[in-house]
Every structure is written in C-alpha cells, then in structure tokens.
Design a protein around this ligand. Structure first.
Ligand SMILES: NC(=O)CC[C@H](N)C(=O)O
Length: 226
C-alpha cells in the first residue's frame, strides 16, 4: 500500500517545514512539498502549515500568509474533511484564514518565549491526537512571540463546552493564553492548531522527548481509516 501523502507548505519566511516533513516521514508518511504560490494541493491527503515567520511576520503573524494562493485550496479541502495541522505560525495562519476561531496575540510578558513546555492532551478524538491517552502530559518545545490565545467569551465557552480545547499548558501559562489554551480544533476535529512544536519532539535522543510523534501517527491512522 502506498504511504499517505501529507503536504507541508513553505511560505517565504517559513522555518520549520523541513522538520515537519521529517516528522511525517518518521511516522511512515510521504511528505510532499507545497509552495505558497501553488494553485492546488498536488494530490495530498492532509496538510501541515508549519511554523516560522511567514512574510516576515509583517503586519501581524499570519495575516499576509492567509492570502497566499495555496490557502484557497487548503480552506476548501478542510471544508471537505481533509486533516489540517497548523503549528505555531501555522496556527496563527489558520486563525487568520478563519479555519479556527480566535487569534494569537503578543505574549503577555511582551517578549519571545523559547522553552520546553508541558502540555495536557484533553481531547484524543481529533484526527491528530488519537494516539495519545486522555489527560496525558507531553513535553514539547514552544518558541513564539505572538502565542497568547484570545477569543471572545462565547467562543471560549463553545470551545470548552465542545471539548475543542485539545491541548492546555501545564505548570505555567507561558504566554497569557486565555484558559491556558495551547491548541484547539475546529468542530469537525480534523483541523488542529497549536502553538508548541510537535515536529521538534520526535526523537528522545536529541530531546526534549518524542512526544510529538503521536500527532503524525494519529493523522496517518485517520487517513488509512478514511
Ligand atoms: N515558531 C513560530 O512559528 C513563531 C511564530 C511567530 N513568528 C511568532 O513569533 O509568534
């Protein structure tokens, strides 16, 4: 059987596309490079919008990338159930694109945060989290300047009520995110955005853990079952 194809988008200023592609391969998938100017998704089964500084973070993180040609097909495919993972800058882009609610704003301490961060997995039924145990605590690197998750009261209540807060910071809240939110899903559970970087935690030898790999395995499981 052919490996499922997971597209990894590169925008000008993207930083973590290679690590995301490596994580896909390590989990047994085929990583397909997508370029910001692509008009289609090259036949992929899922998409990762990776981290970095797309378009230099000008204006606001993710605010320009959301208009990149490739994002049209991503939004359309997500609407039809394609699994989409937005990591850090990718999460910011998915919020700007309207695939996920709310926004990411400057960290409460007003400086860039780079640390290994404990997270709690609160929803194991999304396309990207089935490989985790409910309530599992995982150690994943976080490195961002605009990582504070905000949303209005009714959106927050909806996210909490529907179990769409998938990941929450444990121990401390590193960026002032409301309710300690580190990652959320859309209502289908197939689009996930998170600020920490699972693609940087795929090898216990180089650290800080291999806790991130489960996300890539989960998506590949979901694609096999689809
Ligand atoms: N690691 C990242 O993707 C960083 C995202 C964005 N540039 C920020 O600083 O918030």
């Amino acid at each position: 059987m052919n490996a499922a194809k997971i597209g990894v988008i590169t925008f000008p200023g993207t930083l973590d596309d290679h690590d995301a592609a490596r994580a896909v391969r390590q989990a047994g998938g085929e990583a397909v490079s997508l370029w910001h100017a692509d008009a289609d998704l090259r036949g992929v089964d899922a998409v990762i919008v990776p981290g970095g500084f797309s378009y230099g973070d000008y204006l606001r993180c993710g605010a320009i990338a959301r208009f990149a040609p490739v994002m049209g097909p991503v939004v359309e495919a997500a609407g039809k159930g394609m699994p989409v993972l937005g990591i850090c800058n990718g999460f910011q882009i998915l919020c700007e694109a309207g695939l996920l609610p709310g926004a990411l704003v400057r960290n409460s301490a007003m400086h860039f945060v780079c640390r290994d961060q404990w997270l709690k997995v609160e929803n194991t039924s999304t396309a990207w989290t089935t490989r985790y145990d409910q309530g599992a605590e995982v150690l994943i690197p976080l490195k961002s300047g605009e990582g504070g998750y905000v949303a209005d009261k009714s959106t927050l209540a909806e996210l909490e009520g529907e179990g769409r807060v998938v990941l929450r910071y444990v121990g401390l809240n590193p960026n002032g995110s409301l309710n300690g939110i580190a990652g959320i899903a859309d209502s289908s559970g197939r689009v996930l955005g998170l600020m920490p970087h699972p693609e940087h935690a795929i090898d216990a030898l180089t650290g800080p853990s291999d806790d991130g790999l489960g996300m890539f395995f989960s998506a590949l499981d979901a694609l096999v079952k689809a």
